[in-house]
Design a protein around this ligand. Structure first.
Ligand code: SF4
Length: 209
């Protein structure tokens, strides 16, 4: 009952929730997601249209030196590491996967700079495979609401997959991120104006203390 109330409330609050990264195909989403680690989607969206105009495919990245790629992405945090990961990923995409982004988790996670969260983002948003990518917002909001009660990202993902119907995994990820950005802030959650406070585990715990 509580889970379905939370999900229907989030659906009503955020009918337009979707991936905030700009992309036109799985390759662009993969690179944008690597760039977005510990950086804002907004900062990534500022540079990726020009980046993909110049280098639209994995093969187009291969002639670049790390320093040349760094020059195109230097406004993004950790850009030196990310430039190396992107070049190594493009090399593998060309040599092992025929220049295409693979649509399975194991292959995606074999790429440099691609962990479980990035693989989930690509699987769900580019290939339509149900998945819940747990980032800092999803982790915080899910555990505050009581959709999960977990100390780790992996356990949070596992519990969310158990509590949320599979057909809603991908959109629930977008709902929880949007709620975290707009209302359930890390330091000062706006509980008094939050529609979910009647069913929020963290809110009830705080008001009972
Ligand atoms: S009531 Fe507060 S803690 Fe709970 S989801 Fe809303 S903003 Fe977050």
């Amino acid at each position: 009952m509580t889970v379905s109330f939370i999900l229907s409330s989030l659906a009503r609050l955020y009918p337009d929730a979707q991936c905030a990264l700009l992309f036109r195909n799985p390759f662009e989403l993969l690179i944008a997601t690597i760039l977005a680690a510990q950086a804002t989607d907004k900062s990534v969206n500022k540079i990726t249209p020009e980046l993909f105009r110049k280098y639209p495919t994995p093969a187009d990245f291969l002639p670049l030196s790390p320093e040349e790629l760094e020059a195109s992405i230097r406004t993004i945090g950790l850009y030196k590491n990310k430039a190396r990961h992107i070049l190594a990923t493009c090399t593998l995409l060309v040599s092992r996967f025929g220049g295409e982004v693979p649509a399975d988790r194991a292959s995606l996670e074999s790429l440099p700079g691609v962990g479980r969260k990035t693989a989930n983002v690509v699987l769900s948003n580019a290939f339509g495979v149900p998945a819940i990518a747990v980032d800092t917002h999803v982790f915080r909001v899910a555990n505050r609401l009581g959709l999960a009660q977990a100390a780790t990202v992996l356990e949070t993902e596992r519990q969310l997959m158990g509590n949320i119907p599979e057909e809603q995994w991908t959109i629930a990820h977008h709902w929880l991120i949007t709620h975290g950005r707009q209302v359930c802030h890390a330091r000062k959650p706006a509980c008094s104006s939050c529609d979910l406070h009647p069913v929020c585990a963290d809110y009830h715990k705080k008001t009972e203390e």
